[in-house]
Design a protein around this ligand. Structure first.
Ligand SMILES: Cc1cc2nc3c(=O)[nH]c(=O)nc-3n(C[C@H](O)[C@H](O)[C@H](O)COP(=O)(O)OP(=O)(O)OC[C@H]3O[C@@H](n4cnc5c(N)ncnc54)[C@H](O)[C@@H]3O)c2cc1C
Length: 461
């Protein structure tokens, strides 16, 4: 299916037959709506038509249908990380459960996990209620160990899960049992995590349809070029007109550094994936994988795999580069041959029987990382609301963030507005080139630990 977007149709395949554009975009064509023309006056103005912006609008409209809400989106709704994601609906907050428990203590981590867990269930209900075909499969996924050292990490996570009251859902499976679930010779052990797999692009497009149906205005192909304050109101300037709003939401995650005050709060870090051609029935029969769960290998730079609805294999992860000056240029970095090779090798290591399956797509996208590896949701005294830095685990969390922003905007003191990542003082990234050098050093250290887990046992992130 051809994809129409303001960034053009799918890229042509390279010499080896691989297309360097996002697979999901080819699963539902997009015809972006018209850009903003003229000035509008409203209650809430939102920059960013991804999950954060749209869930915030959704929950606000649900709470108060009379609110007038305008979203400006520079491309089309879902064109950012929301339409790129690998589709694992996870309860993970920030980088890892271990990081959260160590950083915030058991009780606060437990509350936060319960709330995000509720979002995972509500996502499923939302899709059913609104007929959004996000290809959601409630299979959950396995956290797997591919070495004895990684098995230690799984045991640690099971212990932590017990502390936060989730032990019953985490049963550590030994090598043989795990391979009964996913027949890979690379797997040494595993535990099942609740959750789901979905098509992130179709969820974003479905969500856009639903919020538009509720009366929210989404102006696609509309770039916010400036944000100012006039007569106590926020003014979003765009090439075709202005949005004048009482409250302003910045929902741009990895792009958030463009706004004054947020530059050192978030870094765009690239995450890559490959997607194969659809597997034939004969190929599918070569590997025992009866329930189609996804899996995530437990290491710093996780490696993960899953099926798509049309029986392609998606493999992602590995080293995640940061480019100098927060460079997010797709034309420069969408293709990264080292990542394609790394992921192909991982695929063959997991499933030698599929060594000849052709890679059809290879691409990357920007994850918003914060210095303390947890998201930040909150507001300034000036009526500016924000949510960003989901650290690669944003599908369920953005849904939670939408509820938090609803409560902050409506001035409600609720369980959501008091979660551990709300209005928390953040650690900032240093200026360039220190930031770039720091990212390179950390990447080298984390990769070293992934390769030699017995030499550095301390948890680094
Ligand atoms: C490659 C990749 C894989 C991922 N995989 C997973 C996964 O499997 N599971 C999971 O839970 N999470 C995953 N994530 C993370 C998740 O996708 C994000 O956390 C989430 O989508 C963030 O949503 P958002 O709305 O905050 O940001 P985005 O979806 O990035 O939305 C921000 C929007 O703002 C727009 N914008 C930026 N600047 C402007 C401007 N000046 N004017 C107007 N519009 C602007 C952008 O075009 C964009 O559409 C992944 C992310 C990436 C990049």
């Amino acid at each position: 299916m051809a994809t129409i977007s303001s960034t053009g149709t799918s890229a042509p395949a390279d010499g080896s037959g691989i297309t360097h554009s996002i697979y999901w975009r080819d699963t539902e064509a997009v015809e972006p709506g018209p850009p903003l023309a003229g000035d509008v006056r409203c209650d809430v103005g939102i920059i960013g038509g991804g999950y954060t912006g749209m869930w915030t609008a959704y929950f606000l409209k649900q709470a108060d249908p009379s609110l007038d809400i305008h979203i400006v989106e520079m491309d089309y709704a879902g064109a950012g990380a929301s339409g790129h994601a690998d589709g694992f609906v996870t309860p993970t907050i920030g980088h890892s459960l271990a990081g959260l428990v160590h950083g915030f203590g058991t009780e606060r981590a437990k509350t936060a996990y319960a709330v995000v867990g509720r979002s995972m269930l509500e996502l499923d209900r939302f899709c059913r209620k609104h007929d959004v075909d996000a290809e959601l499969e409630s299979t959950g996924y396995f956290s797997v160990a591919a070495s004895e050292a990684q098995l230690r990490l799984l045991r640690r996570d099971v212990d932590l899960a017990e502390k936060i009251g989730a032990k019953n859902s985490l049963q550590l499976l030994g090598r043989a049992e795990a391979r009964e679930r996913i027949g890979s010779p690379a797997i040494h052990g595993a535990f099942k995590v609740g959750g789901a797999l979905l098509n992130p692009h179709r969820l974003a497009r479905g969500l856009a349809r639903v919020v538009r149906g509720m009366g929210v205005h989404i102006h696609e192909r509309t770039t916010a070029t400036g944000v100012t304050k006039e007569n106590g109101r926020h003014v979003i300037t765009t090439p075709g007109g202005r949005v004048v709003a009482d409250k302003l939401v910045l929902g741009t995650d990895a792009y958030q550094h463009q706004f004054s005050g947020y530059k050192h709060g978030v870094k765009p870090v690239w995450s890559y994936a490959v997607v194969t051609e659809p597997l034939t029935e004969e190929q599918l029969a070569q590997v025992h994988w009866p329930d189609r769960e996804g899996f995530v290998e437990s290491r710093n730079f996780i490696i993960f795999g899953r099926f798509t609805k049309d029986n392609r294999l998606l493999f992602g992860g590995g080293p995640a580069p940061y480019y100098y000056g927060r460079d997010m240029a797709e034309d420069k970095y969408m293709r990264r041959d080292a990542s394609t090779q790394f992921l192909r090798d991982a695929l063959v290591r997991y499933f030698p029987a599929w060594r000849d399956v052709r890679i059809a797509y290879s691409y990357g996208g920007c994850v918003g990382m914060t210095r303390d590896f947890v998201p930040h949701v909150g507001n300034t005294d000036d009526g500016v609301y924000h949510a960003y830095g989901y650290c690669g685990n944003g599908i369920a969390l953005t849904h939670t963030a939408g509820k938090i922003l609803r409560d902050l905007i409506l001035g409600r003191d609720s369980a959501y507005s008091n979660l551990l990542f709300v209005n928390r003082k953040e650690r900032r990234f240093p200026v360039e080139p220190v930031s770039w050098m720091g990212a390179r050093a950390l990447t080298a250290l984390l990769s070293f630990q992934d390769r030699h887990p017995n030499l550095i046992k301390k948890q680094l992130v």
